[in-house]
Ligand binder design. Structure first.
Ligand code: PGA
Length: 256
């Protein structure tokens, strides 16, 4: 069974004090939420501090940290960037290819593909984002073709380790979330080129009211959450919903 993931992408938000309050609030709130993986992705400048807040002698094995981006080289003259070697010291995950990286910062598929290889080489799990700009009849095919290119050269064994986040660009930060049926349809299609072990998340205006409908879909293994991850109560509610669904699924498989 694929363990569900609830990941919070804080984007370029929070002061250091806010990051501390949010991280420790999540840490305490998920203490008994053990059937899912919770991942926090704060701004890179707060990563080490949040790591200190949440990683206390391995007390929270289900709570993880992710970077929001990184470059693919290990070190060198790359002003403003962080490297996989640095990320690895504080985080286990890295979000790669988020649509804000491609649309605002002009990242290319080749660049993101290099980053995917670098993250896997360093043992960091990529949360690889993919999604269409507009919802059309060819959306599914566009997303599948893009994902193929993003994963170019990645071995079948490594594809099992990648976490894919299907995020339709038209649904990100707009309040116009994809319907759970549509998200399931696209994600089911993507699974055709992925392993049945690969976890695939949905992202785009997910919140505490719609979380259950996504997490109940057979191929949706979790959520990548932007805006709603900044609200402690809302985020914890979403973690609880995922955990409850995990319990139901575990119960079903025991009896099937
Ligand atoms: P949103 O962002 O939940 O605010 O739509 C999702 C994301 O960008 O990962």
């Amino acid at each position: 069974m694929r363990t569900k993931i609830i990941a919070g992408n804080w984007k370029m938000n929070t002061s250091l004090a806010d990051a501390h309050i949010l991280a420790t609030g999540v840490r305490d709130g998920v203490e008994h939420i053990e059937r899912i993986e919770t991942i926090l992705c704060p701004p890179s400048i707060w990563l080490a501090s949040v790591a200190h807040d949440i990683v206390q002698k391995g007390q929270y094995p289900h709570l993880h940290l992710g970077a929001q981006n990184m470059y693919y080289e290990d070190a060198g003259a790359f002003t403003g960037e962080i490297s996989p070697v640095m990320v690895k010291e504080v985080a286990e995950y890295v979000i790669l290819g988020h649509s804000e990286r491609t649309h605002v910062f002009g990242e290319s598929i080749e660049l993101i593909n290099n980053k995917v290889h670098a993250s896997l080489a360093h043992g960091i799990t990529p949360i690889l984002c993919v999604g269409e700009d507009d919802q059309t009849e060819t959306s599914k095919q566009i997303v599948l073709d893009t994902l193929r290119k993003l994963l170019d050269g990645v071995s079948e064994e490594d594809i099992k380790k990648v976490v894919v986040a299907y995020e339709p660009v038209w649904a990100i930060g707009t309040g116009k979330a994809a319907t759970p049926e549509y998200a399931q349809e696209v994600i089911g299609y993507l699974r055709e080129i992925l392993s049945s072990d690969t976890r695939i998340l949905y992202g785009g205006s997910a919140n505490d009211e719609n979380a259950k409908s996504y997490l109940s879909q057979p191929d949706i293994d979790g959520l990548l959450i932007g805006g709603a991850s900044l609200k402690l109560k809302v985020f914890l509610t979403m973690c609880q919903i995922a955990d409850d669904i995990g319990q139901d699924l575990g119960h079903q498989s025991l009896h099937s």
